[in-house]
Design a binder for this molecule. Structure first.
Ligand code: NAD
Length: 254
């Protein structure tokens, strides 16, 4: 079934999106697929990934699901191999999977809790690129987008691991961008403000406060992040690397 609003842009291109079983990743996977990409929908919750891939196929797009914990090196490599096996190559990746962790005083954060947030939010971005970049280079080039946060810029009281991990995503994005700038792979970040997803529903009190701080006085929708990701991956962003688009309804303006 062909959908009316299917537009050109990523035809014959292959994209891998992590944490795509829901929230922002789901919207990113849909947007890339509706613009012609074949998408590997990766999530630690395999059934959720399959629901998203199935919905994309229902809309006339190309998508396959893959269950992987992206904090595990071998599973990141397996995801890249799956994309190549299913679709023949890899051109784009979006390292989006992330967790919030608990709000806690730094003196009370358990070491395991700290490591858990770090392993999903920053180790997985490193491990993702470690395997994705060679595959993308082999296919002739492409682009990567890593999902950071406004907390790659700001501090958030009692959210130390998350804040530290997102600052790290921004730094890693910039250093890798330099390395690949002459190798036909652009590496950028998108930093969302408060977006309505399952992640933020668990932190309503803090999100209400942040929402009040947005210049637009509203939360964003996942699709509003997806549009920025698709732009950065697309040839329209051909001179943009190591950059970051903040999509936050104006939180960081004041
Ligand atoms: P979400 O919880 O709605 O979705 C995250 C997805 O990642 C889930 O489907 C989950 O199953 C998957 N996931 C978690 N750990 C995984 C792992 N180890 N391996 C593979 N998949 C895993 O979250 P979201 O709000 O859509 O957030 C997506 C990204 O955007 C995260 O990196 C988050 O930090 C960032 N972000 C979100 C907001 C927001 O307001 N929602 C704001 C700033 C940044």
């Amino acid at each position: 079934m062909e959908e009316d609003n299917m537009t050109a842009g990523f035809e014959k291109k292959v994209a891998l999106v992590t944490g795509a079983g829901g929230g922002i990743g789901e919207a990113v996977a849909h947007d890339l697929a509706m613009n012609g990409a074949s998408v590997l929908v990766v999530d630690i919750h395999g059934p959720n990934a399959e629901v998203v891939a199935g919905a994309i196929r229902e809309r006339g797009g190309k998508a396959v699901s893959f269950c992987a914990d992206v904090s595990v090196s071998a599973q990141c490599r397996a995801a890249v191999e799956k994309a190549e096996r299913e679709f023949g190559s890899l051109h784009y990746s979006v390292n989006n999977a992330g967790i919030g962790g608990r709000f806690d005083a730094i003196t009370d954060i358990e070491v395991d809790e700290w490591r858990n947030v770090m392993s999903v939010n920053i180790d997985a971005v490193f491990l993702g690129m470690k395997y994705q970049l060679s595959a993308i280079e082999k296919s002739g080039g492409g682009a990567v987008v890593n999902i950071a946060s406004i907390y790659a810029h700001l501090g958030l009281r009692r959210f130390d691991a998350y804040t530290a991990s997102k600052h790290a995503v921004r730094g890693l994005t910039r250093s890798v961008a330099i390395e690949y700038a002459t190798r036909n792979i652009r590496v950028n970040a998108v930093s969302p403000g408060p977006i309505l997803t399952p992640l933020t529903r668990g932190a309503k009190e803090q999100i209400d406060t942040i929402t009040a701080m947005t210049a637009m006085k509203r939360m964003g929708e996942p699709v509003e992040i997806a549009k920025a990701v698709s732009f950065l991956l697309s040839p329209d962003a051909s001179f943009i690397t190591g950059a970051e688009i903040v999509v936050d309804g104006g939180v960081m303006l004041s």
